[in-house]
Design a protein. Structure first.
Length: 164
């Protein structure tokens, strides 16, 4: 009879395994629901304007150079250069000043997402590329500058385009 009683009572190792499984499940759920949204997945608080569903915020991948139509801001906006490759909806951003701030591009759109931010955190004279998928229809405006902090991003207007 002692064998029957032992089978009905869970063993200590089974209880520990069960508790470990529940703990792993809880920790996974906390990690998933506490994770920042994709627009802020760069590891820090990207920018206050990225918190809404009206914006897409990317930290670009470092690349050797740009493709497309390019313009550069004045020194007030850290001589940030932005290029747009209309064929792939790529945005390139070049950091034009030696400092500890990220160079930034913003593409405003009258259709779809209102704002698309591309961040270059790689330092002076580096290039970063962001891959956005926007509607070819509608007008878009291109701005460039730098990210000063979570709430401040001075940007200067560069140009507008449509049907690209």
């Amino acid at each position: 009879m002692s064998g029957v009683a032992e089978e009905r009572t869970p063993s200590v190792s089974r209880m520990r395994t069960f508790r470990a499984g529940v703990l792993a499940l809880v920790l996974t759920a906390v990690a998933v629901f506490a994770a920042p949204p994709p627009s802020m997945a760069a590891g820090d608080l990207y920018f206050v304007g990225c918190e809404g569903s009206y914006a897409s915020c990317q930290t670009g991948v470092e690349v050797a150079g740009p493709v497309g139509v390019c313009r550069t801001t004045g020194s007030a906006y850290h001589s940030t250069q932005v290029c747009i490759d209309y064929n792939g909806d790529y945005v390139y951003v070049r950091d034009g000043q030696v400092d500890d701030r990220s160079a930034m591009a913003r593409i405003d759109s009258e259709l779809g997402l209102a704002y698309r931010y591309c961040r270059n955190p790689y330092g002076y004279n580096s290039w970063a590329r962001c891959n956005f998928d926007w509607s070819e229809a509608g007008e878009k405006e291109v701005y460039a500058g730098y990210r000063s902090n979570y709430a401040t991003m001075p940007l200067g207007y560069l140009w507008s385009f449509s049907n690209n």
